[in-house]
Design a protein around this ligand. Structure first.
Ligand code: PLP
Length: 457
């Protein structure tokens, strides 16, 4: 065993997994990245089909971004953001205000997605307290939601694997059953959907609106739920009801912002303006921990006043407004513009969709292929007709993931959902390799189990 691997196993506690698994599937130590590819210390290479946890938009070791960092680091790496500021943070704020929905006029900086969610929740609550609406102190979130894993953010999450044990520590969030288009209870499909499932939201709002401060949603796609894509009509209705009941709408664009769904921001599909918007992941092109919360004059003004009025929002993170992160974000947005990224993604997304659908036809274990923009997900089921999942302990996704690794593909399935969320710089040849190799891995897995588990069905 390589020395680095030995030391990794000895010293490091990795996120989001069982460390015992690492003894069988050793940590893969990456030495170098280029474009959509990662190279490990043993000379193997992997196509990064998931943008290193949905963050890397423009490829690894992107030359232009590397240069931007080098330019910035010779000026200032970081400076306290209280009372001090820096050029990249100012330029980035101006740019973000320009490209986000119109009513978002203020930018609050932080350094990771979960913190951005905490900030948005706190701002909303604090606003209502200051407005004297002291009953409005709860949050509403959807079933299967994911918003990060610090305690506040976890409170609005609804994924057992992350939440369950911590329930006694969490806020009392109002939970509404969200859209589930693959297993639609109203018998609709994506073409004829009119967000009938909004019914459960409406019912809850009629009942609870006077105690709700904010509703938080992942617009268009619930990522960690298994890339559950839903209709923009749902978001339109949500905006209407939030207005009606004076509830803040928080859109968590942490995963879907910056072009992932085919538009710059996912809420653009519904042409709505949120009251608070959380951005992270793609904002810094997968280079640096960085996030922002954007909000309106209405909310900002509520905190504005004389020092003695004690209205300020006293929330701080050491690395707020980090100059390197902001320089990266600025360069990334420049590349988006100059290389027409959103437009050129259209053909790429289309190709991934087309190839995936073609391959999926022949396989009886594929329940649904769902896709939007630069996301294509494949849900594997035991029975296509009944949409019945494989039992979780079979770890179907994980087993396929392991096979794919041996073929040079980095997938990271969520349960039984495999998905492609590649960096936008992926080319046609790489797309073909990605889809073909993924399906080879799926087939290999089912061949392997057909002698035992599979024959049961
Ligand atoms: C990743 C993610 C978060 C949390 O961001 P971290 O930087 O991992 O804390 C929150 N919301 C959504 C939708 C995410 O995808």
């Amino acid at each position: 065993m390589n020395d680095y691997v030995k030391k990794d196993l000895k010293y490091i506690w990795h996120p989001c997994g069982q460390m015992k698994d690492y003894e069988e599937l050793n940590p893969i130590v990456i030495e170098k990245g280029e474009g959509a590819w990662l190279y490990d210390i043993d000379g193997n290479k992997y196509l990064d089909c998931i943008s290193s946890w949905w963050a890397n938009t423009l490829g690894h070791s992107n030359k232009r971004i590397n240069e931007a960092i080098k330019r910035q680091i010779d000026n200032i790496e970081h400076v306290i953001f209280a009372n001090f500021s820096n050029k990249p943070a100012i330029e980035l704020s101006e740019k973000l205000i320009d490209i986000t929905p119109e009513n978002l006029t203020k930018v609050f900086f932080s350094d990771n997605g979960s913190s951005a969610v905490e900030i948005a929740l706190k701002m909303s609550f604090h606003y209502n307290m200051q407005k004297g609406k002291t009953k409005k102190r709860r949050f509403l979130a959807l079933s299967d939601a994911y918003h990060g894993e610090t305690l506040g953010a976890l409170s609005v999450c609804d994924i057992d694997e992350f939440n369950m044990i911590y329930k006694p520590l969490l806020l009392d969030t109002i939970r509404v059953e969200g859209p589930d288009c693959y297993r639609c209870k109203y018998g609709c499909n994506r073409e004829n959907c009119n967000a009938e499932c909004f019914e459960s939201m409406e019912k809850s709002l009629v009942e609870n609106h006077h105690v709700i401060s904010a509703i938080i949603v992942e617009p268009m796609v619930q990522g960690a739920a298994g890339m559950k894509i839903y209709s923009q009509i749902y978001l339109k209705k949500l905006r209407e009801f939030c207005d009606k009941y004076e509830i803040h709408l928080i859109v968590d664009e942490i995963a879907m912002g910056f072009g992932r769904t085919g538009k710059m921001f996912a809420c653009n599909h519904a042409e709505i303006s949120p009251d608070l918007m959380c951005l992270s992941k793609g904002i810094s092109a997968g280079y640096m921990p960085m996030s922002v919360v954007m909000t309106t004059d209405e909310i900002y003004d509520c905190f504005y006043g004389d020092y003695n009025e004690r209205k300020s929002f006293i929330h701080s993170h050491t690395y707020s407004g980090n100059a390197l992160g902001c320089a990266i974000a600025l360069e990334s947005l420049k590349i988006f513009e100059e290389d027409n990224i959103i437009e050129s993604n259209k053909g790429k997304g289309e190709l991934i969709r087309k190839l995936t659908n073609e391959k999926a036809q022949a396989l009886k274990y594929i329940g649904e292929v769902r896709s939007i923009g630069m996301i294509t997900a494949i849900e594997i089921v035991k029975n296509r007709k009944r949409k019945e999942p494989f039992p979780w302990h079979m770890r179907v996704g994980y087993e396929i993931y392991k096979i794919a690794l041996t073929k040079g593909l980095l997938l990271r399935p969520i349960g039984n959902v495999l998905y492609f969320i590649p960096p936008y710089i992926i080319n046609e040849e790489e797309i073909k390799f990605m889809v073909n190799t993924c399906f080879q891995s799926i087939e290999e897995y089912f061949m392997k189990i057909s002698h035992n588990t599979w024959s049961v069905y």
